[in-house]
Design a protein around this ligand. Structure first.
Ligand SMILES: Nc1ncnc2c1ncn2[C@@H]1O[C@H](COP(=O)(O)OP(=O)(O)OP(=O)(O)O)[C@@H](O)[C@H]1O
Ligand SMILES: O=P(O)(O)O[C@@H]1[C@H](O)[C@H](O)[C@@H](OP(=O)(O)O)[C@H](OP(=O)(O)O)[C@H]1O
Length: 460
């Protein structure tokens, strides 16, 4: 699915007067009333799920305190601090260019240009500790959706409650603070539709709570539960699931209209100078699917059906340097470091993964969707609490009517298989190995059958 569709926002949503046919570039300059657009987007997305019309909560709640976000330079310097000038920029609408060059620039791309996405710089990832600051209600709370009108709020004089938060993967600037226990993720029509469909699905207990579409600073966001909220100094790990991390459509488009990207070339040579072909070296560019395939081959996506994207430990240590973490042994080591050989945590994780596995096998949603780029988010803390959640449905795509997937057979172009279940099984085996190493025996964990299946990644 083209990114300009997946990440449609209020400003390129195909709403009356903002249709893609009119050209998104010129449309982006159109001044639109965003709260009205969010309402329309919410209603439009809600149409996919009959039950959601009543289930959608009121999103414009005047009692909410004004949220803001500060990104602090913690965790090995893999984050940045949001400055006052960032907020000033919001007044003239350039904030999102400075803070979120990735999803937003793709959102703003025109249909004609976006053969394989237009994210053409290498700052597209935000990886690090983010301190979300929820302003304390001083008794004169203002409707938070009006933040754009009070962007010069005297930040230093306002009482705040800091909430440590981490964004381990994904696009820079995609998240903002909301009221306590919740966060905002940049709107994607595709993701909203998935959440709407998931309201009635067996997977519901394993996805973040979804509270509708809201507007802030003139943009629309998904309002969802902050999965870290109930943990005390959590340890967090993001594992991207599947053997394939790009959509078949992206492959087709790149073939029809190849668009080498310099930012992806730079990311590739940074990890492996021998990665690009001589032609790619000479043009200093690689196409998106080519980069994604290379990422899958360098990491464990192809060999295990999942890969580690990032980890953050309770002490603030943050790691995202896993692009070459490929062998099962290497993956086991990362998990060992993450759980500290705590067998009880490992057992909790395995038990939760087993529940997820069962739910996936009965889920109508899962059966009828190609699940690409989705992650399992592992979270545990010193109290012994350990959970796993399914996150990121930005590239999860409905199959044509009547078509279903197995999720554990080899991908060949056209069959749209993603290898999700195969990856999950390997992930469980990996955790079992970690448990076995911790106990020094073979009895740690679940009695899962040996996984002998291989996914044919050669077709990529
Ligand atoms: N509901 C949530 N609660 C807590 N943390 C979350 C939640 N959703 C996402 N995160 C954090 O944000 C990171 C990125 O999330 P996500 O994958 O949804 O973003 P994205 O920008 O869509 O990613 P991608 O670029 O891979 O599509 C995760 O690795 C996790 O650290
Ligand atoms: O992890 P890396 O090496 O930084 O690579 C990025 C990662 O694969 C993201 O999942 C992808 O976004 P999507 O999943 O949304 O396609 C992004 O594409 P992009 O640069 O086009 O945003 C890649 O650059």
């Amino acid at each position: 699915m083209p990114k300009e569709y997946r990440r449609k926002t209020s400003k390129d949503s195909g709403l009356p007067g903002t249709g893609v046919n009119e050209g998104l570039r010129s449309e982006r300059r159109t001044v639109v009333k965003s709260s009205q657009i969010c309402d329309e987007l919410r209603q439009k997305a809600a149409q996919v799920s009959p039950s959601s019309a009543t289930a959608a909560p009121t999103v414009m709640d005047a009692r909410r305190p004004v949220p803001q976000v500060t990104i602090t330079p913690e965790g090995g310097g893999c984050s940045r601090e949001m400055q006052q000038e960032d907020w000033d920029d919001a007044v003239d609408g350039t904030l999102r260019r400075k803070l979120s060059n990735s999803s937003i620039s793709s959102t703003g791309s025109s249909v004609v240009e976006s053969e394989d996405d237009l994210l053409s710089d290498n700052e597209s990832k935000s990886k690090g500790i983010v301190t979300l600051e929820h302003l304390v209600d001083t008794g004169e709370s203002k409707p938070w959706w009006k933040l754009k009108t009070i962007v010069h709020w005297p930040f230093s004089a306002t009482p705040r409650r800091k909430v440590n938060w981490v964004q381990l993967a994904g696009h820079k600037g995609n998240f903002k603070a909301a009221d306590e226990g919740t966060i905002l993720k940049k709107f994607s029509e595709n993701e909203v539709q998935c959440f709407e469909k998931l309201r009635d699905d067996a997977l519901l207990p394993f996805v973040p709570g979804y509270h509708g579409v809201v507007e802030k600073d003139g943009e629309c966001f998904l309002h969802m539960t902050d999965l870290l909220a109930n943990f005390d100094s959590p340890n967090v790990m993001d594992c991207k699931m599947g053997v394939r991390t790009y959509l078949e459509e992206e492959l087709v488009r790149a073939r029809e209209r190849p668009k080498p990207r310099e930012d992806l070339y730079n990311k590739m040579v940074e990890v492996d100078h021998e990665g690009p072909t001589p032609q790619e070296h000479s043009q200093r560019g690689v196409t998106k699917p080519r980069y994604m395939q290379w990422r899958e081959t360098m990491s464990s996506s192809n060999t295990l059906g999942f890969r580690i994207e990032g980890t953050k430990k309770w002490d603030g240590t943050c790691r995202t340097d896993f692009k070459k973490t490929r062998s099962k042994q290497d993956v086991v080591h990362v998990f060992q470091d993450f759980v500290g050989e705590n067998v009880s945590i490992i057992k909790s994780y395995l038990s939760r993964l087993s529940e997820i596995q069962q739910a996936l096998k009965t889920s109508e949603f899962f059966k009828r969707h190609e699940v690409i780029g989705s992650s399992l988010l592992f979270i545990h803390d010193h109290t012994g609490s350990a959970q796993v959640w399914i996150i990121d449905f930005g590239k999860t795509t409905a199959l044509p009517e009547g078509q279903v997937l197995n999720h554990d057979i080899p991908w060949q172009e056209g069959n749209r298989e993603d290898g999700y279940l195969w990856g999950l099984e390997n992930l469980m085996h990996t955790l079992e190995s970690v448990g076995d190493n911790a106990t020094g025996q073979q009895t740690c964990c679940l009695d899962t059958k040996e996984n002998s299946q291989t996914i044919n990644a050669g077709g990529q």
